[in-house]
Design a protein around this ligand. Structure first.
Ligand SMILES: Cc1cc2nc3c(=O)[nH]c(=O)nc-3n(C[C@H](O)[C@H](O)[C@H](O)COP(=O)(O)OP(=O)(O)OC[C@H]3O[C@@H](n4cnc5c(N)ncnc54)[C@H](O)[C@@H]3O)c2cc1C
Length: 400
């Protein structure tokens, strides 16, 4: 089949889907990308992500003008020029540092802005929610909820952790595994003075910790500075997560329920951090609950070789090691490299699909379980306090 006959279909315009589109565009390979949402900003997806071990791969897949703009997505302007790369984990009761993970090359960016940057030059078909996938030996057809359909030579399922494509490749085991932990965060505003205090005593970008008396996890992270958001405040995320074996038994329906739970689980938080809890509770209109679930198989079945999964669709993982996005980038890099070989006829189409599946499974499958363990450890101070003996993946170096 000629390379410009049928396009590659990309279902989902998150980081994985858009990065794939950028890379295919540079190679001159036809593609069609579509997303269920009405636009890139139709739902608030405001969190920061750290690009670390996959940063070089990320940049290598982008044209030069967009590479430069990636640096403008940093949560703190030009931070990369003087970044010590430290990752700080504290005893959130005493506020003493448990560990400083040594420097590594990283870029802490706003996810929302990265997506907008990746959109440059890419024409996404919005409001196209994939609902059905049909394959033959030579092509794949996607039908969307709005009645539109697309036919291509390959479908890349990039719809995030609840991937619809995964339901077609894995009808018997597509469901997510729910961890016995609950997560709630909010975006709060800090004055310059407040931010300077946090920055001086803890970290300018992010830090995390556990309250030993109740095993609650606390996480502070900068989202934007006044120079970016145009106000006089620093926008930051304050998040808590806690052990919750029986979610139905914890009253968590209304804002009042949530505030009551947050007050309970955050008791014991260091007094110098308590003002962040107060701000978080006051910002209840911006509460963001994240379902902590994962999908450890990182394996999908398509005998005809017409579908692959990338990113969270392929290996949803909880964010306690901050590397799901890095794995998404690694998937795209792997696929694009294999596609290059296939195009040069060094490998066949089926060899390309198999090599992709094998590599992703070997790399990302164990990573999902490490992130799961990291999440459980974050809520287990007894284990964490001797992390060197107990070898917690929460505090180990992130590696490819
Ligand atoms: C709080 C938090 C912090 C994180 N921190 C980090 C970090 O520091 N480092 C890191 O590497 N990772 C981090 N991550 C993980 C990272 O954000 C994700 O791994 C990454 O965004 C996944 O990208 P994706 O493109 O696979 O999926 P998504 O970003 O979920 O994109 C999926 C897209 O598919 C679309 N879609 C869904 N269903 C359909 C459908 N049926 N049809 C068409 N389109 C559909 C959605 O609208 C969406 O645009 C963090 C995650 C969270 C929640």
């Amino acid at each position: 089949m000629s390379w410009d006959q049928l396009p590659i279909l990309i279902s989902g315009a998150g980081i994985a889907g858009l990065l794939t589109a950028q890379a295919l565009k540079q190679l001159g390979i036809p593609y069609i990308i579509f997303d269920r949402d009405e636009s890139v900003s139709s739902r608030g997806q405001g969190w920061g992500i750290t690009l670390h071990w996959a940063l070089n791969d990320f940049l290598s897949l982008l044209p030069q003008d967009i590479q430069k703009k990636v640096y403008e997505c940093q949560v703190l302007e030009n931070f990369h020029l003087n970044d010590s790369g430290n990752f700080v984990y504290i005893n959130a009761e005493s506020a003493k540092s448990l560990v400083h993970i040594p420097p590594s090359k990283r870029l802490r960016v706003r996810r929302e802005q990265i997506r907008k940057t990746l959109l440059e030059g890419i024409d996404v078909n919005w409001s196209c929610k994939t609902v059905e996938v049909r394959t033959t030996d030579t092509e794949v057809t996607v039908t969307c909820e709005n009645g539109r359909s697309f036919t291509g030579k390959l479908l890349i399922g990039a719809e995030g952790s609840n991937s619809i494509t995964r339901r077609f490749t894995n009808p018997d085991n597509y469901q997510l595994y729910d961890l016995p932990v609950r997560f709630l965060g909010s975006t709060v505003e800090l004055t310059q003075e407040e931010y300077d205090q946090v920055s001086k005593h803890f970290d300018s970008l992010l830090f995390q910790g556990t309250i030993p008396s109740n095993n609650t996890f606390f996480w502070f992270s900068l989202l934007s500075s006044p120079a970016y958001n145009g106000s006089s405040f620093y926008q930051c995320q304050v998040n808590f997560s806690w052990n919750c074996a029986d979610k139905a038994a914890e009253k968590f329906d209304t804002v009042e329920d949530k505030i009551a739970v947050i007050k309970k689980v955050s008791s014991g938080l260091n007094e110098n951090l308590m003002f962040l809890r107060e701000k978080m509770v006051a910002a209840s209109d911006r509460f963001m609950e994240i379902r902590l679930s994962d999908w450890p198989y990182a394996d999908f079945d398509d005998k005809q070789g017409r579908i692959i999964l990338v990113g969270d669709a392929c290996h949803a993982m909880v964010m306690y090691r901050g590397e799901a996005g890095n794995h998404a980038i690694a998937d795209v890099k792997l696929f694009i490299d294999l596609l290059g070989k296939c195009r040069k006829e060094e490998i066949s189409w089926q060899e390309m699909i198999h090599a992709y599946k094998d590599d992703v499974k070997a790399r990302a499958g164990p990573a999902v379980l490490l992130s799961r363990q990291a999440c459980l450890d974050a809520h287990n101070w007894e284990k964490l306090k001797d992390f060197e003996v107990n070898k917690s993946p929460l505090l180990a170096l992130r590696k490819k």
